[in-house]
Design a protein around this ligand. Structure first.
Ligand code: PRT
Ligand code: ZN
Length: 306
């Protein structure tokens, strides 16, 4: 009896199973953990198994493919997957290499994996790049930038360890990804200018989706956007003189309308509660204190929607 009913159920499931979205993320590397973390914060659970290149979400119609980041733009453009999470630097290089930007659309800037593609020269070299050899793993992006700047230089294409090219005599300058700048510095290089600023992007294929998948995509994007906004935002509470409320509104970055509540038994003082949509720095707290605010609390926000 049991056997018969479970057989029928699985038969029915294959007949009626809803379509699923496919998302490509980096298998391992600098974006891998943050991409998985984003999915988990968006309420999507996965059992990541070592050696598996795909993973099915049991509580959302989404399958995730784990791939090399360089392959993600083409997979998305060709419709192998519907969505991808990839660094802007990788997408820009593929677009500069002829991948039509009409085939891929940026849905969200995800706010992690931040870096810049920057030109750098040895400490004692001149700033001038004219007729110099520049080593890079991003030859197409660099050529485009040189063209827009009207700079004539030789682009030397290298994969990996670009920063050692000048010391090896392979180039006079480099164009490489920088985040803290430590790698450049420890290789005796100084940064001249950023060619591109990059962060992780959620991209989609422009191929039309059926209505069901479109709905799922909208829900997924809204959740990821909520996670991203919550990560930046902070909930701020403080007590302050009523007379300082307007000045305080001007100090808190990206503050929406605050809630102002009179403090029981303390004339002229109020409690202010507000959501700051941008990062709150120590300098901001010092300015609030200078305006008379006390008991200032800055709390993380887990989810934002609406
Ligand atoms: O195996 P796969 O092809 O998937 O990965 P990968 O080796 O090509 O890429 P990976 O994992 O190194 O980086 C993935 C993405 O992370 C990049 O495409 C960027 O979008 C982003 N990212 C953010 C960075 C950095 N920060 C970064 N600092 N990618 C590389 N670096 C390297 C840089 O190349 C240099 O060697 O870090 C060094 C510089 O760091 P600082 O802190 O010393 O300046
Ligand atoms: Zn790569």
């Amino acid at each position: 009896m049991l056997e018969v009913s479970s057989g029928l159920e699985s038969h029915n499931q294959t007949l009626v199973e809803s379509p699923r979205l496919r998302l490509a993320i980096q298998k391992s590397g600098r974006l891998a953990d943050r991409s998985r973390d984003l999915l988990e914060r968006a309420g999507l659970s996965f059992e990541w198994r070592a050696g598996r290149l795909d993973c099915r979400c049991p509580d959302f119609p989404l399958d995730v493919m784990l791939v090399r980041d360089d392959d993600i733009p083409a997979y998305v453009a060709d419709g192998v997957v519907d969505l991808g999470i990839v660094g802007e630097n990788v997408l820009a290089e593929k677009l500069a290499g002829g991948l039509a930007d009409t085939r891929v659309e940026i849905l969200l800037r995800l706010g992690f994996g931040r870096c810049r593609l920057a030109l750098a020269v040895p400490f004692d070299a001149e700033d001038n790049l004219r007729d110099r050899r520049i080593a890079t793993s991003y030859p197409r992006t660099l050529r485009r930038w040189l063209e827009t700047q009207g700079i004539q230089a030789e682009v030397v294409s290298i994969s990996g360890s670009v920063e050692i090219a000048p010391a090896m005599g392979l180039a006079d300058a480099v164009c490489d990804l920088v985040s803290t700048g430590q790698t450049l510095q420890s290789n005796g290089l100084r940064e001249l200018v950023a060619v591109l600023r990059s962060e992780a992007l959620l991209i989609r294929s422009v191929r039309p989706l059926d209505q069901w998948r479109s709905g799922a995509l909208e829900r997924l994007t809204a959740r990821m956007d909520g996670v991203r906004r919550a990560a930046q935002a902070k909930y701020i509470m403080m007590n302050a003189p009523l007379a300082a409320v307007d000045a305080i509104r001007g100090v808190i970055p990206g503050m929406e309308e605050p809630t102002v509540i009179p403090l029981a038994g303390v004339g002229g003082k109020v409690a202010i509660h507000a959501v700051a949509t941008e990062q709150v720095f120590w300098e901001t707290l010092e300015r609030l204190k200078a305006l008379g605010a006390t008991s200032i609390l800055v709390l993380p926000i887990e989810k934002i929607t609406g």
